[in-house]
Design a protein around this ligand. Sequence first.
Ligand SMILES: O=C(O)CCC(=O)C(=O)O
Ligand SMILES: [Mn+2]
Length: 200
Amino acid sequence: MGELELRGFRILPGYLDSAQQISLVAALRDVVVAAPLFSPMTPMGRAMSVRMTSAGRYGWVSDQTGYRYARRHPDGQDWPAIPEAVLTIWRDLVSAARTPDCCLLNYYGSGARMGLHQDRDEADFAWPVLSISLGDEGLLRIGNTARGGSTVSHWLRSGDVVVMGGDARLTYHGVDRIRFGSSSLLKGGGRINLTCRVVD
Ligand SMILES: O=C(O)CCC(=O)C(=O)O
Ligand SMILES: [Mn+2]
């Protein structure tokens, strides 16, 4: 399976085979039991359409006071450990020198999307963000390092992995829509995206 590059994003289609996807989903089920999905509120006071949780030393949260990394789930408990299968992908594609501090889990149900944004709440942009897609296909839109300008779009499928680093670390990106029901990986459909980040 070929690898492709889109505006500095390194895209690895089908990086995970179907057996790997199934076992990763099983590990993520444990994460979601320990740290239930929640619907973050934007600082504007609107609920995001994506539901989220995290694993690792930090989780990403959002509420009226803004976006930030937090040591605990909104319910008060520590975040669960990042699954070993995720750390293996990180070691293989990013670095064995340091593990990510946060693995953010986004769940896109029918109609969920994510607007164009930069990932810029981390302290050191020398570390890439590693993204893993599972379940239904999602239409990734990639813009530029500054707001505005042209964009390109690419359908991410289950098992695809993207490394957002280097000159593209601060490139705007978002998910316009998912093809709900396009994959049978997740019972009930939907799309999971994991993003692993070094935070501090
Ligand atoms: O769902 C995706 O593919 C991207 C998610 C994302 O950009 C984020 O969580 O910051
Ligand atoms: Mn992002």
